[in-house]
Design a protein around this ligand. Structure first.
Ligand code: MAN
Length: 358
């Protein structure tokens, strides 16, 4: 179903200038996407760390004054656990192996991206809740306001932050809107029955799991009416975690959401779910097979292999262009037909209904 760009990967780490000369860009991934001033824009996640030495591991952390400090551990330290390349675990504390910030690029054709002139292109984490970085930004345009939801990471945990802008020059920082542990927050681009809605992904520790929830709000800041709408499915490609992608797409059949699902081997695929137009807490249909799996070499091998992860797309009539992070290292694009996704979802839903009524 996925028609990958022949130019993939369209952005690689070598294309991105480090934020300072002593940093190395290890990953460029998971872009938010929006249209602005006649162009396609990506708000990239850029993950950096200092040049590594053979016998130690070092990574940047922001201190409480917003200054970068480098933390290092010797690799033979028995208290050190480097089993997941995304993390550094030491003496019961988990750090991230890289520090992420957000970076703006734009394009005239949706394939070749460059740094825009006269715009602030780098957005760093700045608060106490962002000392381990900011990640995976979603962009929802509501009227003339771009609402940015992103992951805020710090020693206090992982939560969802909100920023708003009209012109991509001036930003209003609204702080953390969903406290830890929460991420993957996608805001609907219009109100439904007079309130805003978002999808989000809290994580249950002992009970529950990594499920998709929906919430509503009068003002985008205060969220309530939390309802769990999508569980992981035992034995399937999305058995370990599920999380929303970008803003739901309004179609005649319902709100279409592209989501990610992972199994216990951390293999990340994309799927689709259709929500009721009038009450999006009602799930109409959900894909059985993944919409997209990590199959191309750049999706299977990289900083963290076997990952396709999306949090941004462009809709143009029936054409859905999904931008995605591949192997947590590079940025790629793929096109889909919205109608084909809907046909598949509705066939699955009809088949299920037929079984139930038989
Ligand atoms: C998590 C997030 C994403 C990342 C995937 C795969 O869901 O940290 O940013 O792409 O894991 O590593």
């Amino acid at each position: 179903m996925a028609d990958r760009f022949s130019e993939n990967p369209i952005i690689k780490t070598a294309d991105i200038k480090p934020s300072s000369p002593d940093m190395v860009v290890e990953c460029v991934l998971n872009p938010g996407v929006f249209s602005f001033a006649g162009k396609t824009w990506l708000i990239l996640r850029v993950a950096e760390r200092p040049r590594q030495h053979t016998d130690s591991v070092s990574f940047p952390v922001m201190d409480k004054h917003g200054r970068l400090k480098i933390v290092s551990f010797q690799k033979d330290d028995p208290a050190l656990n480097l089993s997941d390349p995304r993390m550094v675990k030491h003496s019961g504390i988990t750090y991230l192996s890289t520090l992420s910030h957000l970076r703006l690029v734009c394009s005239d054709d949706g394939v070749h991206f460059y740094e825009p002139e006269n715009f602030p292109t780098i957005i760093f984490g700045q608060s106490q809740l962002e000392t381990f970085g900011i990640e995976d930004c979603r962009v929802a345009k509501i009227d003339d306001v771009y609402c940015l939801t992103f992951t805020q990471v710090s020693e206090h945990g992982v939560g969802v932050g909100l920023m708003r802008t009209k012109d991509w020059m001036n930003f209003q920082h609204d702080g953390m809107i969903l406290p830890p542990h929460n991420k993957d927050c996608a805001i609907f681009e219009e109100q439904i029955n007079g309130v805003y809605y978002c999808l989000h992904r809290p994580s249950g520790i002992d009970l529950g799991g990594n499920f998709v929830w929906i919430a509503s709000s009068p003002d985008l800041l205060h969220w309530g009416n939390h309802t769990c709408i999508l569980h992981t499915r035992p034995g399937m490609w999305d058995c370990a975690r599920v999380g929303a992608g970008a803003a739901p797409i309004k179609t005649k059949a319902g709100w279409l959401e592209i989501y990610h699902g992972a199994d216990f081997n951390h293999r990340y695929c994309l799927g689709a779910v259709l929500l009721d137009l009038d009450d999006p807490s009602k799930v109409i249909a959900r894909s059985e097979a993944p919409l997209m799996e990590p199959l191309a070499p750049y999706e299977q091998t990289g900083f963290f292999g076997n990952v396709v992860f999306t949090n941004g797309h462009i809709v143009d009539g029936d054409e859905l262009t999904v931008y995605y992070g591949a192997s947590d290292e590079v940025i790629c694009g793929a096109k889909f037909s919205i109608q084909a996704i809907l046909d598949d979802l509705l066939t699955v839903a009809a088949a299920k209904k037929a079984i139930q009524t038989a």
